[in-house]
Design a protein around this ligand. Structure first.
Ligand code: NDP
Length: 470
């Protein structure tokens, strides 16, 4: 496939290409341009040219294009989902949900398109003060490989609805579905240059977008180290920045919780997408008096997960997306083997693919250093705590603050969790779901800014004040 720049499909200026590999089979499933500085510049130029006419359209007309794209995406769900499985590795059912979720995000923002109002204040002393909301201009969206389609929607939806144009850079291991969706935007009548999709290495192509003086906003989702570098670099040219970084979401299971529901929630919340979800359940803190029963139920749920190629029927968990991720997971488990007990899994199966067994670990002390870091794969530590005070203190004891959940039937405990857990999202008796209405993002080192909801729409605009006197 080629890159989408100014409504046309282009090779990299250097002529270089890179291969996309199926993480389940190690077969090459596509080739895309390996773009660099020059290609980033061409894409920003195209987005710059397209900006004024797109921003001048009545908002509802912009919304109609998003809505037509969503219709086409829904019609093409099967093909897009199969492409997503081939490049990312997730089971077909999850890929289908993700493609539908992308369409849902576009529909949501299409619906919000004409709701972006300004403000007006009448004063005797200064006349009428009007506050307009203006689009920012050219925005760059940089996305990771774990939920490449959904996260693309979280950036494209609000950016384009608010009247901006965009250059999107998918992760190098998962560019194919995003490019296929770019084609559907063109078919739906999106003017050339409003959305450009460039492919290539983050350190060169991504860096070129972040340093480009014409780009007014960078919305980045990825790892904390990269995010910090992006923020520092973007500050050199005073860009707006939204950062959605990693998480180490805690799940607190109280002694009055429905343990069967909580065990299903823990297994679903951890092993969905092979554990590579930013808001996955990454640590469970369970009250000691129900810990044995909870572990039994969770072991049962975990053993029932079928691992394999995401296109095979009945598969519930695919491989990790890439070799580096697999190596990190192997190291995490080896590093705790001496102090913890591996209840289920703990190794990679033989054969091809970046597979790792769904793994449960128990016996770690509540202050184990390994619990403070994000583990991006199918490994779940279950840690015992005495009470809610200890659980909340442990849950908050990391630099992360993306999501957190508390499982209880007691309203007082639920309220305590909502109030005291340091996170951008707190769930009660559930974990993971985040429909487009949910402002999504973290506190502390998990990032700045929010995606989704009307809040994200505002973050793709800036206020302009007009003081008018007759
Ligand atoms: P990375 O930070 O490695 O990569 C993310 C994106 O940034 C990729 O497109 C990458 O390109 C690009 N990139 C890399 N270096 C630069 C650079 N110097 N300048 C600009 N762009 C660059 O993250 P991963 O892809 O490994 O994603 C996994 C991480 O993302 C996890 O920590 C996870 O928790 C987090 N995440 C957070 C979410 C949230 O909403 N909070 C949601 C999803 C994931 P390339 O692929 O070419 O290297």
């Amino acid at each position: 496939m080629k890159m989408l720049i100014g409504g046309e499909w282009k090779a990299a200026a250097s002529g270089r290409e890179m291969e996309v590999v199926n993480p389940a089979t190690w077969e090459t499933v596509g080739t895309v341009p390996s773009g660099g500085h020059e290609d980033a510049g061409a894409a920003v130029d195209a987005a710059g040219e397209a900006f004024a006419p797109w921003a001048d359209l009545p908002p509802v007309e912009r919304g109609k294009v998003l809505f037509r794209t969503a219709v086409l995406v829904r019609e093409e769900t099967e093909r897009l989902a199969a492409t997503l499985v081939a490049e990312q590795g997730k089971p077909l059912r999850e890929a289908t949900d993700e493609v539908r979720g992308f369409a849902h995000v576009l529909e949501y923002y299409a619906g919000l398109s004409s709701s972006l109002y300004g403000e007006s204040i009448n004063t005797k002393a200064y006349g009428r003060i009007i506050v307009e909301r203006r689009p920012l201009g050219v925005c760059a969206g940089i996305i990771p490989w774990n939920m490449p389609v959904m996260i693309a929607g979280w950036k494209i939806g609000p950016a384009l609805t608010a009247g901006n144009t965009m250059v999107l850079k998918p992760a190098s291991t998962t560019p194919l579905t995003t490019l296929a969706i770019g084609d559907l935007f063109l078919k739906a009548g999106l003017p050339a240059g409003v959305l450009n999709i460039v492919t290539g290495p983050g350190e060169t192509l991504g860096e070129a977008l972040v340093t480009h003086p014409v780009v007014r906003k960078v919305s980045f989702t990825g790892e904390i180290g990269t995010g910090r570098h992006v923020a520092e670099t973007a500050a050199q040219t005073m860009k707006h920045v939204t950062l959605e970084l990693g998480g180490s979401d805690p799940m607190i299971v109280c002694d009055d919780a429905d343990l069967a529901v909580a065990a299903a929630g823990a297994a679903g919340g951890r092993f969905y997408n092979c554990g590579q979800t930013c808001t996955a359940v990454k640590r469970v803190y369970v009250f000691s008096d129900v810990a044995d029963r909870f572990r039994e139920l969770l072991v049962e749920k975990t053993r029932a997960i079928t691992v394999g190629d995401g296109m095979e029927k009945g598969v519930r968990m695919g491989p990790l997306n890439n070799a580096a991720g697999l190596e990190r997971i192997e190291t995490v488990v080896e590093d705790v083997r001496d102090e913890a007990e591996v209840l289920v899994g703990g190794k990679r199966p033989e054969g091809k693919g970046f597979f790792y067994e769904p793994t449960l670990i128990t016996g770690l002390p509540v202050d184990a250093p390994s619990l403070r870091e994000e583990v991006f794969g199918p490994v779940l530590p279950v840690v015992e705590v005495e009470d809610l005070d200890e659980a909340v203190a442990a849950a908050n004891g990391t630099r992360y603050g993306l999501g957190a959940s508390i499982w209880t039937k007691d309203l007082g405990r639920a309220e305590r969790g909502c109030r005291d857990l340091e996170a951008g999202i707190v769930w009660v008796n559930q974990h993971l779901k985040a429909p487009p209405e949910t402002p999504f993002g973290g506190v502390k080192w998990s990032g700045t800014g929010r995606e989704n909801g009307p809040h994200a729409l505002e973050r793709y605009t800036e206020e302009k004040a007009l003081l008018i006197r007759s």
